[in-house]
Write a protein that binds this ligand. Sequence first.
Ligand code: GLU
Length: 414
Amino acid sequence: MSLADATKHFFEQAAAGLDLEPGVRQLLETPQREVMVQVPVVKDDGTLEVYLGFRVQHNDARGPFKGGVRFHPSVDLDEVRGLAALMTWKCAAVNIPYGGGKGGIAVDPFTLNKRELKQMTRTFISKIFPFLGEKIDVPAPDVNTNAEVMGWIVDKANELAHDDVRGVVTGKPIELGGSVGRTEATGRGVALTTLRLLKYLGQDPAKMKVAVQGFGNNGSYTAYYLSQAGCRIVAVSDISGGFGDDNGLDIPAMMEYCKTSDKHLLAGYPDASPISNEQLLEGDVDILIPAALENQITADNADRIKASIVVEAANAPTTPEGDKILAERNIKVVPDILANAGGVTVSYFEWVQNLQSFYWDEDTVNTHLTNIMHNAFDDIWNLAKERNLSLRTAAYTIAIERVVKAMKLKGMLL
Ligand code: GLU
């Protein structure tokens, strides 16, 4: 099943319990706008490469379209379409005033040098600029993009707008209007939701063995904050391989190692034993946290997962078939649209600070983040209990109701 169809499936699962007219369903199952552009880049060797770039705007009933931009070879219209819809449900699930969008370029960024990457990013932004705006559509980092790339984006956008429009993108470097705490926010949010779940289940974090798939920004900070809370992180991995240690890995040391390692990857880390991706996903742990790409827990491996809790730090890491098997096996799943919403939540704080030109300290950012994540978790948990729903269906139910209410109040529906 494609990613767009998988997102539609989870939407429909929740919509089945709501009284939605067919026309409203159709509106929410399809994006408001899809943009596909050529992104030509002259490489240093003189050759011209043409990449495909996408921006999909799913729904803006509750506020500007919001969502990251990823650079990855698997990017295509279908993937971006599915991820854009996820952003609508994510922002509504945690109740921040945004709609959903997503962008991406089909490229392996590791094949480009810094100058080529910068040119590609600036060209992409100039092509989609007519559809962006501080109050219209606000991109941010996602897979293989970071604060540096956001810095290039804000510069290009300012140039095209003949204005200072720094709120047109979030996840910027602090010096260019970024927010303190944004870099750590997604992992911090994943840890907050994981710990909230443990509290509800009456489980002690110090007794938990955790595996984290993915050691980029999201996975590394997730592992870090959970280890700070006492959890034992026994396995982590990235595209270069995985490492395990049943006594608990030294996450700060691994983060430090990646600062100077080749392509910032874990390969060659000296102080733990190598493990395979299968060993990581199917290992003897209490909590499994997929924090890399989509389609990791599927019909092929869901019956071999030993964890009793899965926290979706990545977007769409579990396929509908995989999700069904986890549910049958009573494995608790904290869905992506809740678990990883910390990133877009601090993006929201960054945008508020940009629009007000008034900047917060780290305590203020983290206090607001904790409140939003806890409130969202509690509402979703309570609804799930009350109606005997999975946390995913409860999160979608709350999100869909909020979006439909906004559309109704705008007079878009009957
Ligand atoms: N790319 C992140 C996500 O999938 C963050 C989006 C944002 O900050 O707008 O949630």
